[in-house]
Design a protein around this ligand. Structure first.
Ligand code: HEM
Ligand SMILES: *[C@@H]1O[C@H](CO)[C@@H](O)[C@H](O)[C@H]1NC(C)=O
Length: 327
């Protein structure tokens, strides 16, 4: 009898918490009814943008990461009040692009279904489309995020940094509910896009251990990097993050990381730690093509996970009319 009551109680608690949590949950196709063309409209804008500018897709993929890592995936990075205190001015967000593409999609969406599609969902869907447009995997992206009401540059102080140790990188990801496999797989987003030489200065000329170049850079690669990014040269010159394959979303970046061709120090460091190295290697074992993990499927899984960080759903947050503005 008592055992029966206990079971009933547990069942009730589970049911209640399910009802409460499902009120504000992300789901695939959140706009199916309220704005059936939302995903197609966003895809069209992203496609057009990437035809006219090859930097567009990588920019949008990075934008989603930077949105999610500060205050959750809530569109806070998009706010532009013209104040120095706006989150987007954080040094950690340096070089982030794609704001114009998001705003263009938002304007079209406001024309068809006003006040319905959140800016944070536009960012998440645009990142998904960017991956697919560069020949990466297609995946169903969850939607139903609402936009945040806070933009504060100080909140972006703790973003992962190229110079972070592997322990620090792991800790910053774990804090967001992402494990070391997610860290490796999401860093592989560097399979597309470029970096400013600005982020390589330390690694090429002032590496902490010894003061010269990072010894983990392949000796065949070092002169090439130094030529593109000379010590006192223009820090705005850009270098492909995935040498030889920067336009295509594929596992080549992980192969480059294995062979000392990583461009960013944070990517190289993934191969200097037992656990993250094991993850990188798992995609290249003898039988990997048949029995091993799928880079594409794993990337999709980790992206969905990243897209859930600190989201506002249900009655929390708001739907902005203009992504750069609270009003
Ligand atoms: C692990 C920590 C990470 C660090 C330290 C890092 C750092 C950087 C840096 C310094 C750049 C060059 C920025 C520029 O000069 O414009 C960059 C570019 C990029 N990052 Fe990351 N990143 C990390 C993780 C991620 C994640 C998780 C994603 C997405 C899932 C991502 C996607 C990208 C993309 C696509 C680019 C190219 C952007 C472009 O071409 O405009 N990164 N990253
Ligand atoms: C929306 O439509 C897609 C595709 O038909 C389906 O997979 C998804 O479950 C639907 N979602 C909702 C919330 O109705």
């Amino acid at each position: 009898m008592e055992l029966y009551n206990l079971k009933l109680l547990v069942l009730m608690i589970i049911t209640c918490s399910f009802v409460v949590s499902s009120q504000g949950k992300l789901r695939v196709g959140f706009y199916n009814k309220s704005c059936p063309d939302a995903e197609a409209i966003i895809r069209g804008v992203v496609r057009e943008a990437s035809i006219s500018d090859e930097n567009s897709a990588p920019g949008l993929l990075r934008l989603h990461f930077h949105d999610c890592f500060v205050e959750g995936c809530d569109g806070s990075i998009l706010i532009d009040n013209g104040l120095e205190t706006d989150e987007r001015h954080s040094s950690g967000h340096q070089g982030v692009r794609g704001f114009d593409v998001v705003e263009r999609a938002k304007a079209l969406l406001e024309g068809v279904c006003p006040g319905t599609v959140s800016c944070s969902d536009i960012v998440a869907l645009a990142a998904r489309d960017a991956v697919f447009l560069t020949k990466g995997p297609w995946y169903e992206a969850e939607t139903g995020r609402r936009d945040g009401m806070v933009s504060n540059v100080r909140l972006a102080d703790n973003l992962p940094d190229v110079g972070d140790s592997i322990h620090k990188l792991k800790a910053k990801f774990i804090e967001k509910g992402l494990n070391e496999k997610d860290l490796v797989i999401l860093s592989a987003a560097h399979t597309i896009g470029t970096t400013a030489c600005f982020f390589l200065g330390q690694r090429l000329y002032n590496f902490p251990a010894g003061g010269g170049a990072d010894p983990s850079i392949n000796p065949d690669f070092l002169p090439e990097l130094k030529l593109t990014c000379p010590q006192k040269g223009d820090v705005n010159v850009r270098v492909a993050l995935d040498r030889g394959s920067e336009q295509t979303f594929d596992a080549q970046i992980l192969q480059n990381i294995r062979s000392g061709f990583a461009v960013l120090q944070s990517d190289a460091t993934l191969y200097q730690d037992v656990a993250t190295r094991r993850v990188v290697d798992s995609y290249f074992e003898l039988l990997s093509p048949f029995l091993g993990p799928s880079f594409e499927a794993d990337f999709a899984t980790s992206m969905v996970k990243m897209g859930r960080i600190g989201v506002l759903t249900g009655s929390k947050g708001t739907i902005r009319r203009v992504c750069s503005s609270f009003s």
